[in-house]
Structure formats: structure tokens, C-alpha cells
Design a binder for this molecule. Sequence first.
Ligand code: ADP
Length: 442
Amino acid sequence: MQRLRFQMIAGFVLLLLPAFWISLNRPGLSALALLWVVGGGYLLIRFYLDPMEKLWKTMRSFDPEIQYVTYKKFLKKVYHHLNAQEERIDREKKGREDVESILFSMVEGVVATDSSGRISFLNPTAERLFQIEHGSALGKYPREVWREFELVEMFHQVFVTGQPQSREFQLDLPPKSYLKVEIIPIRYGEDEEVQGVLAMVRDITRVRRLETIRTDFVANVSHELRTPLTSIKGFIETLLDGGLESRETTKRFLTIMYQETERFNRLISDLLDLSQIESGQAELSRNKLYLAPLVEDVRLTLQERLTEKNISLSVELGPTPVWADEDQIREVLVNLIENALKYSTAGGHIKVQEYNSGDQQEFIICDTGIGIPKDSIPRIFERFYRVDKARSREMGGTGLGLSIVKHIIERHDGRVWVESELGKGSCFHFTLTKYQEERGKG
Ligand code: ADP
């Protein structure tokens, strides 16, 4: 404003001063001075009025009443109009920032292209999912960013045909990941031309992995169930084919068939346990719990087999209670101690100990058994994983015990792991939350 004021004063001074000087010093040239003042005055007025006129014309399109107002009112209206515009721009800016922050924090990836087909927006999730360096894809065509031909083609097709498309991709990058991409055209009106495309990207790697696990699980279960059934069927056929004539053969076959039925039974009951624990149906009823008496119960159940194999079981458990579900922890102990017994050679030793570990109590069950090969250790808690299938079967194993243990301990917010040396023995560790009297829980 200061500058404008100075400009106007300088204009008038430049206009009047020479005319004033001429009329004082050269009265003969006063006509020239008058011409100077009139001409210069006109130009000066035009200089300031022209933009005003433009403004007036523009304002008239917003407010037709402006024709009839005075100069002062006109300026007032301009002032109010500018204020309203400023507020509208602020509102729009805020709206745009809100939309941007939503897009930026979305768990889905979002990619948009403009009317030239170049990428105009890419949120951080999309950059992470496609492993693109921040900002590096902006302004590029999809074909310059992705190696997956089908994905590039999808962007192109939606842009050209205006038809939405949806497809799943396996990315050509490690780690192996699967993405679901849905692309829709951007139009500003129903019958308008396509102005760009908008892609929504979801990571479906976990879903795909779960599907594979489920298919593998069904295949494993069918296989496991078929094995004892095939064996039973085989023995029945042999018996029907004349085996019944020998009392001794009949007895031997019936004994094997009984064992196979037992295994079948165990498998079904392990599967039911596992599905109940996994689905959360088996409710956790956590209480103050001492493990020593539970281990003694397990010892009693296994006593016959322990004596038979001449295996000793020593228990070094103190009086520290934990906050846990008695039935489920009993199942953990049965599985781990029974495994220690199953995979130990005659004359071995099993030891149950505990360690204080802050607000957790760590329990360790060690045996002097056959041990576990190093490469099997990471897989040992998987369903149906067995180091030696034949041996496990021979021992009446189902391959589900350790996965049941893992689920139970994890539901108790604990951890389970194994340390083992082939030919020397194994130690299974698990942690449980200590019971705390003052809080009445863990
Ligand atoms: P299984 O019914 O076959 O025993 P688990 O899930 O309990 O199934 O155990 C899985 C596999 O882990 C077993 O087949 C065995 O190979 C191995 N394993 C488990 N516990 C021990 C152990 N104490 N010593 C050696 N190997 C073990």
C-alpha cells in the first residue's frame, strides 16, 4: 500500500511540477503546460482506472448489483468477496489435507494416474508393498515402475476401456508376496472421459499362506487317518481270506488292529484338542497353579512305561505358583514328558527343573534321548512334523503333540523352545506368568 501511495504522489508531482515551472518561467508556453497536464492526467487516470474496470467487470459476474453502487461500496464488496474466497480456499485446502492424510495412513496401497497416464499419487503403503523408493515413481508411466507385465497392462486397459479390473499378483521381488490390485477409472461425471485411474492394493500374502496351510492340513489329516484304516482293512481281509483258521494269527492280527484303532483314536482326540485350542473354544480358566503336583500326576500315569524302559524322572520344582489353566498345563506336561520318554533309550534320565525369570517362571524338561537334528529344530512345533515318521508311529505318535503344546503356551502369553543335540538329548523350555498375590492374577 505504501508503495502504491508513493507511486500516485510521484505521478502527480511529475505531472504538475513541470506545468507549474513553465507557467511561472515561460508564460508563453502555458498552452503546452495545459496540454501536458490534461494528457498526462488522462494517462495517469487510465493507468489507475483500467485495472479497476477489469476488477469491476469480474465482480459484476459474481454480484450484478455492483453496477449501481458507489466507489466506496464497490471496494467494500471487493473486500468481502476476497475474504469469502480466502475462507473457501482455506476450507478446500483443509479438506484436501484431510483426504491426503487419510490416503497416507490407509493400510491399503493407493496409486493414481493423471490424464496422461503418469503416476500422480502413491501413498506410503503402496510404496512399501511394491518396494518403491519414496517419491521415485511420481511422474512416471506404470511401465517404467513395474516389471509385472500384467499389472502394467491392467493400468493401460482400465485407462483405455474405462472398465474396472481386479486381479491377484505374485510380485517379482523377494520375499514372495501376493497382492490384490483393484483398478477403477477416474471420471468427473458419469459420461465424461477417463481422466486417470485409481488403484487399490492389498497385501494378501497372509491369506494365501493360510490357504496353503489349510490345504496342506487337510491333505495331512486325510493321509494320517487313512494309514491306520488301510492297515486295519488289510488285516481284516487277510483274516477273511483264511487267516481266521489259525488262532495264533487271529490273535496277533487282532492285537495289531487294536493298536491301530488306538492310534486312530489318539489322532482324532489330538485333532479335536488342537482345533478347540486354535479356535479359542477351549476357554482359558487361569488360576493360581503349582506345577510340582501336576508333574507327579504325570509320573503316576507314565510309571509303568518309565519302569519298563528303566528311565528315571527327577523333579526339581519349588513352591512358585504360576497363573495358568490347570487342564491345559497338564496336557503340556503330559506331551513333553511323554515325548522325553518316547524318544529316550533304555536307562535314560528325564529331569524337570524351573528358573526364575522376572515376572515369568521358566520350566525345562530335559532328557538324555536321541536328540533332534539341527535342521529339524525350526520345524519341530509344526503340525504333523516328525523327524522320523516311522519311529514316531511306532511309538504311537500323531505328530500333533508339540503343536498343541505351542498353542497352549502361547495362549498363556508364554514362549516355548527347544535346545537339542543329536545323540545326546533335548531340553524343552517354556515360560508361564508368575501368580501375584496382590493382584490376584499374573
Ligand atoms: P509325535 O506324536 O510324533 O511325538 P510331537 O508333535 O510330540 O509328535 O513331536 C514331533 C516330533 O518331534 C516327533 O516326531 C519327534 O521326531 C520330535 N521330538 C519331540 N520330542 C522329542 C524329544 N524329547 N526328543 C527327540 N525328538 C523329539
